[in-house]
Design a protein around this ligand. Structure first.
Ligand SMILES: NC(=O)c1ccc[n+]([C@@H]2O[C@H](COP(=O)([O-])OP(=O)(O)OC[C@H]3O[C@@H](n4cnc5c(N)ncnc54)[C@H](O)[C@@H]3O)[C@@H](O)[C@H]2O)c1
Length: 373
């Protein structure tokens, strides 16, 4: 199969669909990889690195789209990219179609086979191609929180781990899933006093097994939440109710009663945030203050560390890319229900129920859509 990797064109997006090591894997499987010039330059990969891995470099995105049988990207295709998609071409990338009618309409029009990273599932009920970005954001949240606590950022002027003779900061992590677990790991590593709240008893058990006495693991009730948030120096918001807006677990009253100079990192901001006073911010201006509490609410945290994020994403996507290339999309998807869940649009038909319902469009079962394709 001919696999194409265009350079990402969304504002401030430096990640790339495939690193040279992934290209080499596909070449080893007997495939051909074409890469747009400078596709990886933002994270330090030159055209020469891709050539060494066996790729061919093409001068424009139009060349890549025209020649490739499968396009592998990171962000949803922008309007100019959508116009280059063609019937029967496979598109494998993050799509996030639910809030994006123009993109959905263009993908339908294109006749392409559009598989979204974020709706591929796994046997444990997880989202394996979304999880790496939660790992990145979770770990980053402690870096961001540590900075927010610095005096120059209007924080309390505390070092997360303290020093001998001085107490460490109290870090409270709400939600012990992928984000929360990774945040807690970093906070524990830095010597902070860490408490994790979750309401899933299996998650609590597994957190306890992981952290032992290094972190307190607490069942999340209104009562427990209030107690720990009011004592916290740093709160990390990492809750998720799949498919729904994040619940506002920390109220305006809580914020008013928190210690002046304490900080909040609301990682769940991409789902609306779990803190009543959260509003999305950007890397250019990541924080703002409400009632003396520093708020960090960047909706695309992994964008700040595109090199790490690209490797993390590639590690997760590579087996799926190889499967699509080796077996073709029909066999690859039909033989794996979890991978099939990634199919959002195929040859003009919408095969993702939430997207079809959201836009009042006809929903077609993905299996029959492929069988009739
Ligand atoms: N801002 C960013 O850049 C960024 C990056 C990655 C992920 N995220 C977001 O972070 C959030 C968390 O993602 P995740 O992958 O960790 O999800 P996850 O499903 O792995 O974990 C969510 C956890 O929240 C817990 N939870 C639900 N309701 C709760 C409550 N009332 N009290 C305490 N815990 C509760 C669940 O039991 C679960 O363990 C999502 O909204 C995700 O989209 C944001």
């Amino acid at each position: 199969m001919i696999i194409g990797v265009p350079k990402e064109i969304k504002n401030h997006e430096y990640r790339v669909g495939m690193v040279p090591a992934s290209v080499r894997e596909l070449i080893n499987h007997g495939h051909q990889v074409i890469v747009e010039t400078n596709a990886g330059i933002g994270i330090g990969f030159t055209d020469e690195d891709y050539i060494q891995a066996g790729a061919e470099i093409l001068p424009t995105a139009a060349d890549v789209f025209a020649k490739a049988e499968m396009i592998v990207k990171v962000k949803e295709p922008q309007a100019v990219e959508r116009a280059m998609l063609r019937e029967d071409q496979i598109l494998f990338t993050y799509l996030h179609l639910a809030p994006d009618l123009p993109q959905t309409e263009d993908l339908i029009k294109s006749g392409a086979i559009c598989i979204a990273y974020e709706t591929v599932t796994d046997t444990r009920g997880g989202l394996p191609l979304l999880a790496p970005m939660s790992e990145v954001a979770g770990r980053m949240s402690i870096q961001a929180g540590a900075q927010a606590l610095e005096k120059s950022n209007e924080g309390r002027g505390m070092l997360l781990g303290g020093v001998p003779g001085v107490e460490p900061a109290k870090v409270v992590v709400i939600g012990g899933g992928m984000v929360g677990r990774n945040a807690a790991q970093m906070a524990v590593g830095m010597g902070a006093d860490v408490t994790i709240l979750d309401r899933n008893i299996d998650v609590l058990r597994s957190l306890n097994a992981q952290f032992g006495s290094q972190a307190k693991v607490i069942y999340s009730t209104v009562d427990a939440l209030e107690k720990h948030v009011l004592e916290a120096d740093l709160v990390i918001g990492g809750v998720l109710i799949p498919g729904a807006a994040a619940p506002k677990l920390v109220t305006e009253e809580h914020i008013k009663s928190m210690k002046p100079g304490s900080a909040i990192v609301d990682v769940a901001i991409d789902q609306g945030g779990c803190i009543a006073t959260s509003k999305a911010t950007t890397h250019a201006e990541p924080t703002y203050i409400v009632d003396d509490v520093v708020h960090y609410c960047v909706a695309n945290m992994p964008g700040a560390v595109p090199r790490t994020s690209t490797f993390a994403l590639n590690n997760a996507t590579l087996p799926y890319i190889i499967k699509l290339a080796n077996q073709g999309y029909k066999e690859a998807l039909l033989s794996d229900q979890h991978f099939l869940n990634g199919l959002n649009v195929i040859k003009g038909q919408v095969t993702c129920k939430e997207v079809a319902e959201g836009f009042n469009m006809e929903y077609v079962d993905p299996r029959s859509a492929i069988e009739n394709a």
